[in-house]
Design a protein around this ligand. Sequence first.
Ligand code: SAM
Ligand code: DTB
Ligand code: SF4
Length: 335
Amino acid sequence: MNLDTLTTRETQNDTGSIAGKSQHAPFWSVADILALLDAPFNDLIYRAQTVHRQYHDPNGVQLSTLISVKTGGCPEDCGYCPQAARYHTGVKNQNMLSLDEVVGAAAAAKAKGASRFCMGAAWRGPKQRDIEKMTEMVRAVKSLGMETCATLGLLKPGQAQQLGEAGLDYYNHNLDTAPEFYEEIITTRQYQDRLNTLREVRDAGINVCCGGIVGMGETRQSRAGLIAQLANLNPYPESVPINHLVQVEGTPLYGTAALDPLEFVRTIAAARITMPKAMVRISAGRQEMSDAIQALCFIAGANSIFYGDKLLTTDNPETDRDRTLMEKLGLHALS
Ligand code: SAM
Ligand code: DTB
Ligand code: SF4
């Protein structure tokens, strides 16, 4: 299969998503996406950059800042996560931050140039009293003139609607990996649970932020499987975070063989081609990435980053390093 055939599919699939009518049959097969990932690097990147330029400002980057509003002590067993109570990673548990702390951090992020503020919590899912606190935070951050995002785990019916009514713009909930690899990584919640939460978010009219993690020892086929799942959501997510595993000592995935960084770039390109209108974010793992690899990711269609010295518990590049990189590449922040 050549890449031109696949590009035609991208256009058709996009039209289907805009129509937003009844669920279409999966359009991107895993084989289609594997063909993208297997293509000569230059062909893949050229195609991704071409698609990128059709839909986006080629030099614009959206900046999101993360904060952990409740840290550690999580009952789940996600094999990559430093916040799972069962792994001994040295992460200090922290109860929910106060409204003032969150608003102060959001105002500081805005002053540094972030347009979106993303609040994360180490929960399997929020309780009703947590939702009440979160809606206060969402309202307050929103009133600063920032976009709001939350990532709180699985949502029960009705919870997304409450968050949406408070003004939540995006909900982040990742599929993490392909269905066939998923059980190697997480056993305390099912793939279908995640899809159900994404449906709750979509039905509440909140933008979907959904991606995954690479570098967990998966095959290229599984990376294709993850992208296929994301691209076949109807409609596909507005925001697609591609995380590179941050290896944290004490987690089961610590010591996983390193992924060739060019595989990360290829995954970004496949996300761009299959989800042309989405914002594709280089998420976790940038601290360990060279400027050259990040530049390749931007060429491959990435147009969003986490901006700020910390992700949730691990380090992200200093804002000065990011500003310098953006200047070197002639990239500007999107408002
Ligand atoms: N507890 C909620 C949940 O799991 O949905 C929200 C926070 S959780 C930390 C959000 C996402 O961060 C995970 O789904 C995973 O994709 C990503 N993540 C967590 N630890 C990571 C790591 N060590 N490296 C890369 N991504 C990670
Ligand atoms: C996402 O896809 N990546 C972010 C955000 N959504 C919540 C989280 C990355 C966490 C990396 C590990 C840590 O800092 O604890
Ligand atoms: Fe808990 Fe989320 Fe970490 Fe999984 S990824 S252990 S649910 S905080």
